[in-house]
Design a protein. Structure first.
Length: 322
């Protein structure tokens, strides 16, 4: 069978089967490895010192750290390249005539493309000295996003500013987020809510960024002070309602056996939302949402979706704080 092409660093299915057999048997004939050249490329097989016709498997405990280290090196190199590009383009941002349109004279400019959006945010963040406010909906941010945001956030803190960030409750159980904030040095606070509006970034209460599309490849940079004051007021209202997560997390105790997350799901169930819609609203995957719905059904002894909505309303769950 012809070997399926794949990205560098990926172990194909044929390679996985051969590697498993090599681990079980301790060696295999070199001819067998030809079906999966990725095994040699990844260093999962090496020549047998006692028989040059055979190959021996590299122990998984040795191979995995080596492969992960190579991936980390590539990511670090890519991040350095991004940082160098941002440094080169940052002084040019104010010279870009396409951004100084009639829209900008009214206090707003539309930015297209993720690279330009990130460069614009980095440019404004590099001048922030007082405060950075952020709303980050949709559950846990990727480790990649957190790594990219680290120097930006630390820069604000190093200039004496403070960071205030709002996440959804699901982030409380995401270790990379806790590691990210543990790595920051300065005045940092994070709080969480069950639901949040779309993403928002505000720097020094003078410049704000909002996404224009759900895929986040278009954003608007706002400098109209009246609009920014309104956005900051919305942030402050949500902040007062939110539960502390960092640096001193507040517990989310269950009331009458129902957790805050399950109460939030219960409220959306009674509104007629589907499992997929509930998961999207609360920043979790569909499987997790269904697990909580099943727990609610068991708690209320419900035998159907329709009955569950009725029992939720009668139980008083929705009268408890979310």
């Amino acid at each position: 069978m012809e070997h399926r092409s794949h990205d560098a660093g990926e172990l194909c299915e044929a390679g996985r089967r051969i590697y498993v057999r090599a681990l079980r048997e301790g060696r295999l004939h070199a001819e067998e490895a030809r079906a999966a050249p990725c095994l040699l490329d990844l260093g999962l097989l090496h020549p047998d010192s006692q028989d040059d016709r055979c190959l021996r498997p590299t122990a998984p405990a040795v191979a995995l750290p080596r492969l992960l280290g190579a991936i980390d090196s590539r990511i670090t190199a890519q991040r350095r390249r991004e940082a160098r590009l941002a440094d080169v383009f940052a002084p040019l941002m104010d010279l870009d005539r396409r951004w100084t349109s009639a829209g900008e004279s009214a206090g707003a400019a539309v930015i297209h493309g993720r690279f330009r959006i990130n460069a614009a945010i980095d440019h404004v963040a590099s001048k922030a000295q007082v405060e950075a406010l952020a709303i980050q909906p949709g559950g846990s941010r990727t480790a990649d996003d957190l790594l990219r945001a680290l120097p930006r956030a630390q820069g604000v803190l190093a200039r004496g500013g403070r960071l205030r960030t709002l996440y959804q409750h699901t982030t409380r159980h995401f270790p990379p987020a806790l590691t990210h904030y543990r790595d920051l040095d300065g005045d940092v606070e994070v709080r969480t809510l069950g639901e949040l509006p779309d993403r928002l970034l505000v720097f020094d209460r003078r410049v704000a960024f909002l996404p224009v599309s759900k895929v986040r490849d278009t954003a608007v940079e706002i400098r109209q002070q009246a609009v920014i004051d309104y956005l900051v007021t919305v942030f402050d209202l949500l902040w007062r309602l939110a539960v502390p997560m960092w640096p001193a997390p507040a517990p989310q105790p269950a009331s009458n056996g129902v957790t805050p997350r399950q109460r939030a799901i219960a409220a959306l169930l009674t509104d007629g939302l589907t499992d997929t819609e509930i998961a999207a609203r609360l920043g979790m995957n569909v499987r997790t949402a269904r697990v909580h719905i099943a727990k609610l059904s068991a708690f209320l002894n419900s035998s159907s979706r329709a009955q569950l909505g009725y029992l939720i309303g009668r139980s008083g769950i929705l009268d408890l704080p979310v």
